[in-house]
Write a protein that binds this ligand. Structure first.
Ligand SMILES: *Cc1c(COP(=O)(O)O)cnc(C)c1O
Length: 425
């Protein structure tokens, strides 16, 4: 294998959608990945919240081997052995009743938005024309994916503005602002969509007040509360679903990233009543819910239970938070530590990108989102020793990385507001 020719091909033939690091990763094992020169990295990014069991988990590898030799794809015109049992397990975990499988997070968001529009429609509405109840509320600073519907409910301007006109009928509510939510909610709203913990936006948790009010307003107005748990769900917080810290459930929950151990798979979960608004032919997918992905997902969920990983997530999270607080006391450019479980943001008052590059040189993978927030999404099976190793590496990084001039931005417990959104009202 020649890393230079791989990089050359990539640079010449791939569309320029990513500013990739000039490194070729070849394989991984547990919480470590290896590059083409054999260098080892501690992986605290986990393929952006996908590799929750790290790499090459023996049970995941075994299932993929076994099922690949049986059937990779059948068809949703028939049943396969795993889609029904996986749906049952997700229903048990979530407290919701029915499931639709897709291939990705964005695609699951698309299906949830379509479900909301169908839900808002009555038999009195004219087919093909916007129903009176069609408005979708999403939150400022949100991220829901890259397809047209998903980008229409994504607030970040650089992701949406170049593609206008987007799907109509979407409005944004200020993050955790109950008054703003109340002022925009009425019976023309068919859904309020939120990430229970905003991921890409910099690790911001929806408040209990905001959740409770969104839940109540959705119920009063006959709208759906949709929780995007693509990044924060399926164990990441130390609970099966992030919303399980609240006393109420959403009408719809959307999951994807870690669901099938790294294979592409997403899912829309919903209540019986809402699910019945779909009927045969109204929504579908060729690949979604295939036997290989569903068998692997079932194994993923079983490993979380069998290896008691929710407990591990909570314990490691406490250790990480303690270590990070100690670092925050030493380094004045650390403004805030946010997050839950193994979804943690370290907000800096200075540019975070140099730390990400420097970390790679030191054999550590982390991510920076929204310029100032270092984002940690380590595998659920990260050990105490690996947390210590991480904290040691991070401290070295904070000492040795050349720092750019401090930014003027103050510390924020609420996400920043883009100028155009603020001006639009
Ligand atoms: C990653 C992500 C998505 C998009 O999922 P894809 O599989 O990349 O389409 C949507 N919402 C959230 C919260 C995400 O983290």
């Amino acid at each position: 294998m020649n890393a230079n020719s791989i990089l050359q091909d990539a640079n010449q033939f791939l569309m320029p959608t990513y500013k990739r690091q000039p490194i070729v990763f070849t394989h991984g094992r547990g919480c470590y990945v290896y590059d083409s020169r054999g260098k080892k990295y501690l992986d605290f990014l986990g393929g952006i919240a996908v590799n929750a069991l790290g790499h090459a988990h023996p049970r995941i590898v075994k299932v993929i081997r076994r099922e690949a030799a049986r059937a990779i794809h059948l068809s949703n015109l028939f049943h396969n052995c795993y889609q029904g049992p996986l749906a049952r397990k997700l229903a048990e975990w979530s407290g919701l009743d029915r499931v639709f499988f897709s291939n990705s997070g964005a695609e699951a968001i698309e299906g949830a938005l379509k479900l909301a529009r169908v839900y808002g429609r009555t038999s009195a509405d004219t087919p093909g024309v916007a129903a009176p109840k069609h408005r979708i509320l999403a939150l400022e600073n949100s991220f829901h994916g890259r397809t047209f519907g998903a980008v229409s409910v994504t607030a970040t301007e650089k992701y949406r503005l170049p593609f206008a006109p987007l799907v109509p009928g979407v409005e944004f509510v200020r993050f955790n602002d109950v008054a703003d939510l109340e002022s925009q909610f009425d019976d023309t709203v068919c859904a309020i969509l939120l990430e229970t913990i905003q991921g890409e936006g910099g690790i911001y948790s929806v408040s209990e007040d905001f959740w409770n009010r969104a839940r109540a307003l959705a119920t009063e107005n006959g709208a759906l509360l949709i929780a995007d748990e693509i990044q924060c769900g399926l164990g990441r917080t130390g609970r099966y679903f992030a919303y399980q810290k609240f006393s109420s459930k959403p009408d719809v929950a959307v999951v994807a990233k870690p669901l099938a151990g790294g294979l592409p798979l997403g899912a829309i979960l919903t209540s019986e009543a809402v699910a019945q608004r779909f009927s045969p032919g109204l929504h579908g997918t060729t690949f979604g819910g295939g036997p290989l992905a569903c068998a692997t997902a079932l194994e993923f969920l079983s490993v979380i239970e069998d290896e008691k990983l929710l407990e591990n997530i909570r314990t490691r999270s406490t250790e990480l938070r303690e270590g990070l607080s100690a670092l925050a006391a030493k380094f004045s450019f650390i403004r805030e530590i946010r997050g839950e479980g193994l979804m943690i943001g370290i907000e800096l008052s200075i540019d975070g990108a140099p730390f990400v590059s420097e970390a790679m040189l030191k054999g550590l993978l982390i991510n920076c989102t929204h310029d100032f927030t270092l984002r940690l999404l380590p595998p659920f099976l990260v050990t105490r020793a690996q947390v210590r190793q991480f904290l040691r590496l991070l401290e070295q990084l904070f000492v040795t990385t050349p720092q750019k001039a401090p930014a003027l931005e103050p510390a924020k417990s609420a996400p920043p507001r883009p100028a155009a959104l603020a001006a639009a009202r």
